[in-house]
Design a protein around this ligand. Structure first.
Ligand code: HPA
Ligand code: ZN
Length: 349
């Protein structure tokens, strides 16, 4: 198909990728065995192939999250986290020319099982250093607080990461993954969305802002445009993850454009989780028309048909037939909207 060669060569930044969402059924079974973790007594866990088949039939965000949260329990040691993150970073660099990745992880999903955040971060940091040395890809980490757990739990998690000195002060992250910790580049918010409006997390996000920590939030995936406005107003989010339902409100699109907010779109995820009926129905053209900056991302590729970033770009091109100039703008906005330093941005493209 026209442009696929160009799309492969395009220098990319990925901003919306959950490292736990890169856990393949095969690695899940391998780690369960290695760490002696029991898998759910559910027919879906009969084999990696059975699990893959179940992943092909998600009906909603919450249906997916049930499997995603069941999967993370096999991750226990720093070596597990390193293996997971290195596999993603090296694949992204090799197959999609991803030059810079700002990746999410869920600290509460691990601390709830007695795995220290420091263990998780140490594994990811080792992977980032190795991937940078081997593939010249830079990485920054963004912990996401979980909306399905009590707000107090999120507050305690944030306070612990802050007290441990894990966050980089804004603007000091090299984005090369080669420096020593701290290397958390910002704070995110994810998991189930309906009936969990942003307001409950306002206090935590205000505390993050007061510390000069960058903020982003999943909003407008299953939730309405009002939750996207809430993420901006109440959480002070500087980035919006998904943002799909923002397109229901043209005034909100104008505001996202005026404030130069980067929307981290995940079109394949939106189709798989039935947020959008088809790729053509995802609002990428509406964003271009309104001047909203966005990047194109894979979200949880191991759960979404192994659609890593190159496969997502090609699928988007099949659906939208963007021009060379439109792709150049998308790639440029992704670089400029990144949270790495200007020097690193210049070296990306
Ligand atoms: N939405 C909300 N929470 C998530 C997602 C998502 O797409 N992926 C992993 N956690
Ligand atoms: Zn996500």
């Amino acid at each position: 198909t026209p442009l696929h060669g160009l799309l492969e060569a395009l220098p990319k930044c990925e901003h919306h990728l959950h490292l736990e969402g890169t856990l393949s059924p095969e690695l899940l079974f391998t780690l369960a065995e290695r760490n002696q973790v029991a898998l759910p007594a559910d027919a879906a866990y009969a084999s990696p192939a059975a699990l893959r088949a179940r992943y092909a039939a998600f009906t909603s965000l919450d249906d997916f999250l049930g499997y995603y949260n069941a999967g993370v329990v096999v991750l226990r040691t720093a070596a597990d986290f390193e293996e997971l993150a290195y596999a993603y970073l090296s694949r992204a660099a090799r197959t999609a020319n991803v030059r810079h990745a700002e990746v999410f992880f869920d600290p509460q999903a691990h601390t709830a099982r007695g795995v220290a955040v420091a263990t998780v971060v140490a594994g990811f940091h080792a992977a980032a250093r190795r991937a940078h040395a081997d593939h010249a890809v830079s990485a920054l980490l963004v912990p996401c607080l979980l909306r399905h757990l009590p707000v107090d739990d999120a507050a305690a998690c944030f306070d612990a990461m802050l007290a441990a000195g894990l966050f980089s002060p804004t603007g000091t992250g090299t984005g090369t993954g080669t420096g020593s910790p701290p290397l958390l580049a910002g704070l995110g918010l994810c998991s189930t969305e309906l009936a969990r409006p942003p307001s409950a997390w306002a206090g935590i996000f205000a505390a993050a802002a007061a510390q000069g920590i960058r903020r982003t939030a999943h909003a407008g995936e299953e939730g309405p445009a009002a939750y996207v406005a809430g993420a901006l107003d109440v959480l002070g989010a500087q980035r919006i993850d998904h943002g799909t339902h923002a397109a229901d409100d043209l005034g909100l699109l104008a505001r996202l454009a005026a404030q130069r907010v980067l929307v981290t779109a995940c079109p394949v995820s939106n189709v798989v989780l039935r947020v959008s009926p088809s790729l053509e129905d995802t609002p990428l053209r509406a964003y271009l028309a309104a001047g909203v900056r966005f990047s194109v991302n894979s979200d949880d590729p191991a759960y979404f048909g192994d659609m890593y970033l190159q496969e997502v770009f090609c699928a988007v091109q099949e659906a939208f037939a963007f021009s060379v100039d439109e792709w150049a703008l998308i790639a440029r906005n992704a670089i400029e909207g990144s949270w790495c330093g200007d020097e690193r941005k210049r070296s990306i493209g």
